[in-house]
Design a protein around this ligand. Structure first.
Ligand code: ADP
Ligand code: MG
Length: 305
């Protein structure tokens, strides 16, 4: 799934490639650049536009999701999905985990919304893509490759992958939803506990051309009640690595500083109770650094990709 109205022109490549620009400069371009519409992501549940943000000599490809294009959700009545996306980015950024691409809140031609750096994949596909596009089980095992999150035959789950759930495909063959035992995904899974992600699908996990793994679509995060819904259950009940706990301690210190910039900013994006519950979730992981388990109602998002 990608921009639809215009395929990126290979001649644009250097102009649209944000990798040479540092994080602060990317944020500046996203915040102040002119948004030139490139296309729209087909099949997205909210209006998801692909743009080039153009500022001085820099061009950064991005998604622009105007608040006006958000589908109202009965269980997320407060604030905006765009505000939750930006809040989630600020938390990932404060942890220095770079799991969420740079995301800002700004005005655009369709009104205020979130603008997030576009992540190019190695082959511009993403984790969870059915590469063949035929709806069949990816025969990744036969080809020696699976995506970070994938479906494969239940009798052929390779080592280095965690089983999430068993199911049957349309032909009655047993298949298993799996994800890689990868530290970048484990860090994302911990972030999801922190931000209380209610929708971590396979399609929201992008393998970037730069070798990093990114998460997108954080519009339904940061709710006050536990809503964790994810495909990343492979570490359920296992310890949270000490270095990640140390990062969370740093985040907690920043968030409990009542006049600190991060807390002040978050309070403009989500409710006071939601900020307080965020702090509680971080405290709970520090006190008992163990990954949660899926014994809850609807632990896996549907569809899973
Ligand atoms: N920053 C991004 N970089 C690359 N692809 C993205 C990015 N954000 C979204 N996408 C692609 O667009 C699709 C739809 O976007 P998403 O954020 O999931 O929208 P929605 O809120 O409508 O579900 C994603 O599944 C992903 O394939
Ligand atoms: Mg989505």
């Amino acid at each position: 799934m990608g921009p639809t109205s215009r395929e990126p022109d290979p001649a644009d490549e250097t102009a649209t490639d944000a990798r040479g620009i540092d994080g602060a400069a990317i944020a500046e371009v996203l915040e102040h650049g002119e948004l030139e519409l490139v296309g729209q992501v087909r099949g997205a549940s909210n209006a998801t536009l692909v743009c080039d943000a153009v500022y001085r000599d820099d061009v950064v490809r991005c998604v622009y999701k105007p608040v006006r294009g958000e589908q109202p959700l009965w269980d997320f009545p407060d604030g905006t999905l765009a505000g939750r996306e930006v809040g989630s980015f600020l938390i990932s950024d404060a942890l220095r985990w770079s799991t969420i691409p740079t995301t800002v809140l700004r005005d655009g031609q369709f009104g205020p919304g979130m603008v997030q750096r576009w992540i190019d994949g190695p082959d511009d596909g993403h984790a969870g893509d059915d590469q063949a596009g035929d709806g069949d089980i990816d025969d990744g095992v036969a080809h020696g490759r699976l995506d970070l999150v994938d479906l494969c035959r239940s009798d052929a789950v390779p080592s280095g992958f965690h089983r999430v759930i068993e199911a049957y495909d349309s032909r009655g063959q047993e298949v298993t939803l799996v994800h890689a035992d990868d530290p970048r995904l484990l860090r994302m899974a911990v972030l999801d506990v922190v931000i209380n992600n209610a929708d971590r699908k396979g399609g929201h996990i992008l393998a970037g051309a730069d070798g990093a793994v990114y998460g997108v679509d954080h519009g339904i995060c940061l709710h006050r009640e536990d809503k964790l819904r994810t495909v990343l259950w492979g570490w359920a009940g296992q310890p949270v690595p000490a270095e990640l706990v140390a990062d969370l301690e740093g985040l907690l210190a920043r968030l409990t500083d009542r006049t600190g910039a991060l807390r002040t900013r978050l309070q403009t994006l989500i409710t006071t109770t939601e900020v307080a519950m965020l702090v509680e979730r971080i405290r709970a992981i520090i006190d008992r650094p163990v990954m949660p388990t899926p014994d809850r109602s609807r632990p896996i998002p549907w569809p899973a990709f």
